[in-house]
Design a protein around this ligand. Structure first.
Ligand code: TLP
Length: 358
């Protein structure tokens, strides 16, 4: 195999040389005792970047979202979110299991909830009802193709929640992708919400870790939740050092990943048996719908044989994600390989059924 182009996820990014150097020399302490200076530095820097009072370093985005929901709710509360959100589909129902909350999923066909939809879902105070206690948003929206919520849209949604008296948590695993794509300061996307989780370990290339940010008292509750979940790490400064490099060195370059995603989408546009909605390629993700008899798992396998790793999102949809480990040249290679897979499939479909094949 001449090369492998890894398009399954931006979670495959490897740490940079600068991260490895910073990790090797990081000053550390016991972070469960709140005595790790590098973790402190990361938490201050992260809070400042997203315009929040405080932040908390957590091992993963999943734990970060869970700490946030636990920090905002009590058992029996109801959480509004969209039906395709990562918290609802891909976090093993953790907030329901551990936090005893009830999810109230809303349909957002294009990945963006609307204020009127949220307003209509808020429960009236009534002895029969679980109290609506939290709205969760996602920016960029993973399962809807990496599309962005604008500052105005975020503001409009948050306003509904705040008027009804409950907070908003943003699953901003890729909120820096959104900020770069929209050309705004990330604070414009986090300013309207009460808490945000974002990942250091995706496009920002750190080996491990995510941040939860919000008001100081909320972060104290999230910190207790993190301890309960077993996420209290000891000399975590070794990891936080890489996270600082992510925030200081890796944000602006996300634009390259977006340009590569667009190049990939344009290069595949019109390929036989594949449909890509180019309008939805806003950041580093390309979702392609298969219109041939190939299902997504077969497509995934055939692309893998050509050295291009893609992931299936549904039985008829595949996801391709660009990141620092994928060059513009890799994109050209991937376009040619994927077109070859589709072309081979199209020609085999043309063969009459029941004929002898060597
Ligand atoms: N997403 C992963 C997979 O779980 C699908 C990926 O490869 O995209 N929020 C969003 C929007 C996410 O996309 C993810 C991870 C998370 C939260 C959870 O982060 P981790 O993987 O660090 O727990």
């Amino acid at each position: 195999m001449s090369r492998t182009v890894e398009l399954r996820s931006d979670t495959f990014t490897l740490p940079t040389e600068s991260m490895r150097r910073a990790m090797a020399t990081a000053e550390v302490g016991d972070d469960v005792w709140d005595e790790d200076p590098t973790v402190h530095q990361l938490q201050e820097r992260a809070a400042d970047m997203v315009g929040m009072e405080a932040s908390l370093f957590v091992p993963s985005g999943t734990m970060g979202n869970l700490c946030a929901v636990l920090g905002h709710t009590r058992p029996g509360d109801e959480v509004l979110l969209d039906v395709e959100s990562h918290i609802f589909t891909s976090e093993v129902g953790g907030a329901a299991v551990v936090g005893g909350v009830q999810f109230h999923p809303l349909e957002a066909p294009d990945g963006r909830l609307t204020p009127s939809q949220v307003a209509a879902a808020v429960r009236e105070p009534d002895i029969h009802h679980p109290p609506t206690a939290l709205l969760c948003l996602e920016n960029t929206h993973n399962r809807n193709g990496g599309v962005c919520l604008s500052p105005q849209q975020t503001h409009g949604l948050a306003e509904v929640a705040h008027r009804a008296g409950f907070p908003v948590h943003l699953d901003g695993a890729r909120v820096f992708n959104a900020a770069v794509a929209l050309g705004v300061d990330v604070r414009e996307l986090t300013g309207p919400v009460d808490s945000v989780m974002f990942c250091l370990s995706k496009g920002l290339s750190a080996p491990v870790g995510s941040m939860v940010a919000g008001k100081r008292d909320f972060i104290e509750r999230a910190r207790r939740a993190r301890k309960m979940l077993g996420g209290g790490m000891r000399q975590a400064g070794v990891l936080a050092a890489a996270g600082l490099c992510s925030l200081n060195e890796m944000v602006a370059r996300l634009a390259e990943d977006h340009a590569n995603a667009r190049r990939l989408a344009l290069g595949l546009d019109g390929a036989p048996g594949l449909h890509i909605d180019l309008e939805r390629v806003e950041t580093n993700m390309v979702f392609a719908d298969l219109q041939s008899p190939l299902d997504a798992s077969q497509f995934e396998r055939l692309c893998g044989e050509e050295g291009v790793r893609v992931d299936h999102a549904t039985p008829a949809r595949v996801r391709l994600v660009t990141h620092r480990g994928v060059t513009a040249d890799d994109i050209e290679y991937a376009i040619a390989a994927i077109r070859r897979v589709l072309q081979n499939q199209a020609s085999s479909e043309l063969r009459p059924t029941g004929t002898y094949r060597r």
